[in-house]
Design a protein around this ligand. Structure first.
Ligand code: AP5
Ligand code: MG
Length: 188
């Protein structure tokens, strides 16, 4: 399995990717998690990325390319992967194709998880109370949604144009969405 999960903040990409990872013994690559780790450890990347993340803006492509190349170059990727949070714009989608071709691991496709905005704001404000993610404040959540609509939503068209896009309704319980994803995976 070599797939991308697309979807706005709070659509459940991370939650669903973790479940799929456990079922299929593939790696879950979340660029958001990798960046949060870098910020926590105050690496050079973390220091450069933090201001963008705190504002809900995309971290510059030049920084992201190094990160994703490094992660996809690791040995565990050969069993398959679920990408969560990458690619976030068309230029990242093109860069990803180049890297995947180089390592001989072409994509099966991308699944776009769709949700209602009011529901996801509620989910993220709820997560803020549990996990304390610094970008889960209402203002920053709204900006992440705006950035998603403007820069990330067009990525779905990139995969649709080559017949590699599927859509899954992300509303409902975690189990219901997982079931839909499993069914949809069979069509890729
Ligand atoms: P990232 O970490 O990718 O954040 P995001 O896209 O905003 O998505 P979230 O993690 O908030 O949502 P999710 O879809 O994973 O939902 P989750 O499963 O957690 O990116 C963070 C930042 O890093 C970006 O803003 C940017 O600055 C930077 N960045 C990352 N990648 C980048 C890139 N490629 N280029 C440039 N910059 C990049 O679920 C949310 C909550 O809802 C959880 O509490 C969960 O328990 C709950 N939940 C999940 N499913 C359900 C359900 N079905 N019903 C009820 N609750 C549910
Ligand atoms: Mg996530």
């Amino acid at each position: 399995m070599r797939i991308i999960l697309l979807g706005p903040p709070g659509s459940g990409k991370g939650t669903q990717a973790a479940l799929l990872r456990d079922q299929h013994s593939v790696v879950h690559i979340s660029t958001g998690m990798l960046l949060r780790e870098a910020v926590k450890n105050q690496t050079e990347l973390g220091q450069q990325a933090q201001q963008f993340m705190d504002a809900g803006e995309l971290v510059p492509d030049s920084l992201m390319l190094g990160l994703i190349e490094q992660r996809l170059g690791q040995a565990d990727v050969t069993n398959g992967f679920i990408l969560d949070g990458y690619p976030r714009n068309l230029s990242q989608a093109e860069a990803l194709d180049t890297v995947l071709n180089r390592i001989g691991q072409p994509l099966d496709g991308a699944i776009a998880v769709t949700v209602d905005e009011t529901e996801v704001v509620e989910r993220l404000l709820n997560r803020a109370k549990q996990e304390g993610r610094s970008d889960d404040t209402e203002d920053v959540i709204r900006n992440r949604m705006r950035v998603y609509a403007e820069q990330t939503a067009p990525v779905a068209g990139y995969y649709d144009a080559r017949g590699q896009l599927r859509q899954v309704d992300g509303m409902g319980s975690i189990e219901t969405v997982q079931q839909r994803l499993v069914e949809t995976l069979g069509t890729l």
